[in-house]
Design a protein around this ligand. Structure first.
Ligand code: GRF
Length: 207
């Protein structure tokens, strides 16, 4: 059975594009059934439309409260009956209504090696701190900011002459591969979470 993916975006959508390209192979095991955004006029929405995938947009400023925005977003996402929801460069934190509906199925990709450098500026903060390696992390979203159970990580070396832009671009290359690999494995093999340990496959390991 093919897993149904809903992807949430806010920007250029290169992670979304990597998933769309992977899903073109029927053996991949997943397909993108909808793309949601928190803003209009972004390249990510164009990529979805080009691929013939339905889109929806919920802007926080169009709602009387953040809670109502969150509930509307959750309703639209849930209506597509996703097996997995992927925040791929979606620059908003979701709230209680969203997690109540989609907890355990909502993954986010972050451009740093968590738990280091959570928040909006993973690449910039790693560079400012002076670390020699950083990377990308895929995790299951919980109530915290980038605190959920880790699904996958990839490492990137920091170069002496890196700027935030050059470092983030190299991170994004491995981030896309990580996302495509992990989402495909989840779709084909399933996964188990025990406390903070994530494993691909549905066989419980012997303890
Ligand atoms: C990614 O590095 C993501 O982790 C970060 O923003 C970037 C989104 O890139 N939060 P794109 O829109 O997928 O190209």
């Amino acid at each position: 059975m093919t897993s149904r993916l809903v992807v949430l975006v806010s920007g250029s959508g290169t992670n979304l594009q990597a998933l769309l390209d992977a899903c073109a192979d029927p053996d991949y095991g997943a397909r993108v059934v909808a793309v949601g955004a928190d803003r209009d006029g972004i390249l990510a929405l164009e990529r979805a439309e080009r691929a013939g995938v339905p889109t929806f947009v919920h802007r926080v400023k169009d709602y009387p409260s953040r809670e109502e925005w969150d509930a509307a977003l959750a309703d639209d996402v849930a209506a597509y009956q996703p097996d997995l929801v992927i925040s791929a460069g979606f620059m908003k934190l979701v709230g209680a209504a969203f997690l109540a509906k989609l907890r355990g199925r909502f993954l986010n990709t972050h451009p740093a090696l968590l738990p280091s450098f959570p928040g909006m500026h993973g690449a910039r903060d790693a560079l400012a701190y002076g670390v020699k390696v950083t990377g990308a992390t895929l995790f299951v979203v919980d109530e915290g900011v980038d605190t959920g159970v880790i699904v996958a990580q990839r490492v990137v070396e920091v170069e002496d002459d890196d700027t935030e832009e050059t470092l983030h671009e190299r991170i994004k290359v491995v981030e896309r591969q990580m996302l495509v690999d992990a989402v495909g494995r989840i779709a084909r093999e399933g996964y188990l979470v025990t406390e903070r340990r994530f494993r691909f496959g549905s066989e419980r390991p012997r303890s």
